[in-house]
Design a protein around this ligand. Structure first.
Ligand code: PMP
Length: 352
């Protein structure tokens, strides 16, 4: 039978999402969700919305949410773009801002969606090797290129690039768009959003999936110069892609405004990360310094795939990437203290 799809489509190797088992009895430490519930104010706001107005279409511009994000960062709504998860925001950024005759640069070990988007939008790219300790060296990104994107903290390593290094890169590449994917920034880093007014080439992408415990709601956003935001809006409106739904707009707005819940949740995760790191190190693991809500760890005497399979047989799921350079690592989401202790117990029993 002949193929009905185009050669572009047959070249695609779609991103494989992390596993989402649908039964509850597992300890799920594989896709970096927050183990704590979202803001009660967000839950109440969504409850009210559910009772009131699902009959009506949502606000096509997510105006209240953009206003809340802008207020929090001392910017205007014209600096803010919102989408259905930061994955959608990133898709629009690749399409609108990162296609160029020179290759886009990103680290060889980073978010595995980036090559997928490059193939989808026919963007030429070059991956830049991280150092042996998985740190990112800004000097590798100062030459000619079509644009730059990297997660900060990086995923799946958790390593943070300091804000002054990000600024040095922005200053050195004024003609190129630099996208900083800050999905995990709230767990210990300083956001580059503070640089947006000084660097019109900067787009910062964040999500409510991690530090705001709203992965299921699908809300992400970008902050940047209004000209960059305008480009994203043009792509979004050309696709006629879906605006956020009514629940997402009210829930995300309330979550952004609940500073107290945000702060206590992220502090709890960071404290558990320290305990988990110490526990893994006591078992002989090498753990990379993490500024995220996960740790990246390897055991010199044990195969990572085997360990992941053993944990799974006990109902604990962690992430193993069968990829060059990182095949001996496990990426472990920071769960509640009880979940982290269960993981450590299970590893202790196996490692002796
Ligand atoms: N960027 C990075 C680096 C991520 O790890 C993730 C989560 N898988 C995302 C973006 C997308 O998150 P979401 O679509 O839930 O906002």
């Amino acid at each position: 039978m002949s193929q009905y799809w185009s050669s572009t489509v047959s070249r695609l190797t779609p991103y494989t999402p992390g596993e989402q088992p649908q039964h509850q009895r597992l300890i799920k430490l594989n896709t970096n969700e927050n183990p704590y519930p979202p803001s009660p104010r967000a839950v109440e706001a969504m409850g009210r919305e559910l009772g009131a107005s699902l009959r009506l279409y949502p606000n096509p511009d997510s105006t209240p949410l953009k206003a809340a994000i802008a207020r929090r960062h001392g910017l205007t709504p014209a600096h803010v773009f919102v989408g259905n998860g930061s994955d959608e925001v990133l898709a629009h950024a690749f399409c609108a801002l990162l296609k160029h005759e020179l290759p886009l640069l990103f680290p060889d070990i980073s978010y595995s969606f980036y090559p997928t988007y490059c193939k989808l939008y026919d963007i030429d790219y070059r991956t830049v090797p991280l150092a042996d300790d998985f740190s990112l060296d800004i000097d590798d990104y100062l030459g000619p290129c079509g644009g730059i994107i990297f997660p900060n903290p990086n995923a799946p390593t958790g390593r943070l690039l300091a804000l002054d290094a990000v600024e040095r890169l922005l200053a050195a590449q004024p003609q190129r768009v630099v996208v900083v994917d800050e999905a995990y920034i709230d767990f210990g880093g300083d956001s580059a959003i503070s640089l947006v007014e000084r660097y019109p080439n900067l787009l910062v992408v964040q999500t409510l999936s991690k530090s705001r415990s709203l992965a299921g709601l699908r809300v992400g956003f970008a902050v940047g110069h209004p000209a960059l935001i305008d480009a994203l809006e043009r792509v979004k409106n050309s696709f006629n892609s879906y605006p956020l739904d009514r629940m997402a707009i009210v829930g995300a707005t309330a979550a952004i405004e609940d500073e107290e819940h945000f702060d206590s949740t992220r502090r709890a995760v960071m404290a558990s990360r320290d305990t988990l790191t110490a526990g893994l190190e006591a078992l002989g693991f090498e753990v990379l310094p993490s500024a995220a809500n996960f740790v990246f760890a390897r055991h010199p005497g044990h195969d990572a795939a085997t360990l992941a399979a053993a944990l799974r047989s006990e109902g604990i799921i962690v992430r193993h990437f069968n990829a060059p350079r990182i095949a001996q690592f496990l990426r472990i989401t920071v769960g509640t203290d009880a979940e982290c202790q269960a993981l450590l117990e299970s590893l202790r029993a196996r490692l002796g």
